[in-house]
Design a protein around this ligand. Structure first.
Ligand code: HEC
Length: 182
């Protein structure tokens, strides 16, 4: 028994030393033009999905149908977000092609773009809305997605969430009108 445990400890120690050696060696390809291997991808994707779902689950979603919300949220989206998350009619730009992870195309519905929102999100639109609010407020670590909470209050963030619910339905011309600064 003792020798069995000793064997396991030595194996673990060697694994830790090899892992630290790997980190210090500098051979990990950190460029954004590289793709993660399947394991790293799964770890990061699962970490993001589960973390956002848990953090956002108790957020109350206010009414999002007020047209004034759409106008202020639309203007903010156009100024601060469209450069990464696209406008109706666009399918890609320098940011979606160059950033890794790539910013999801928010002119598509959450079901159409390739981001998983966890259980229940397909049946309940408020799951998507509260997760979008949380992401805009807090950002996503080690990605291009900044936290807008330090510089924008909750009302302003909810206005952008309200606009995001309508964005997939807008034509390029409607988008232009709604997002123009009043
Ligand atoms: C510099 C590029 C960039 C800008 C500017 C940006 N984002 Fe993002 N955003 C990202 C990236 C990259 C992700 C995906 C991060 C990930 O998968 O880990 C993301 C994720 C999101 C998500 C989560 C989408 C999903 O389906 O999971 C929302 C919502 C979002 N952004 C909204 C916004 C809003 C609103 C703004 C403007 C206030 C904004 N973003 C500005 C790059 C950006």
């Amino acid at each position: 028994m003792i020798s069995y445990l000793k064997h396991i400890s030595i194996t673990l120690l060697v694994a830790v030393i090899l892992a630290i050696g790997f980190i210090y060696s500098g051979i990990y390809p950190i460029g954004a033009d590289n793709k993660h291997n399947a394991l790293t991808f799964w770890v990061l994707e699962t970490l993001r999905t589960k973390s956002i779902a848990r953090a956002a689950k108790d957020i109350d979603v206010p009414p999002l149908n007020d047209p004034l919300l759409l106008l202020s949220g639309g203007a903010d989206y156009n100024d601060m977000c469209a450069g990464c998350h696209l406008t109706p009619g666009q399918t890609e730009n320098d940011m979606t092609l160059g950033l890794y992870p790539s910013p999801p195309n928010l002119t598509l519905t959450a079901d159409q773009h390739d981001h998983d929102h966890g259980e229940g999100s397909h049946d309940d639109p408020s799951v998507i809305a509260r997760q979008q609010f949380w992401v805009i407020k807090h950002g996503i670590m080690a990605s291009g997605m900044a936290a807008f909470g330090p510089t924008h209050d909750d009302d302003r963030i909810w206005a952008m969430v309200a606009f995001l619910q309508k964005l997939p339905e807008l034509t390029p011309a409607q988008y232009q009108i709604i997002t123009a600064r009043q």
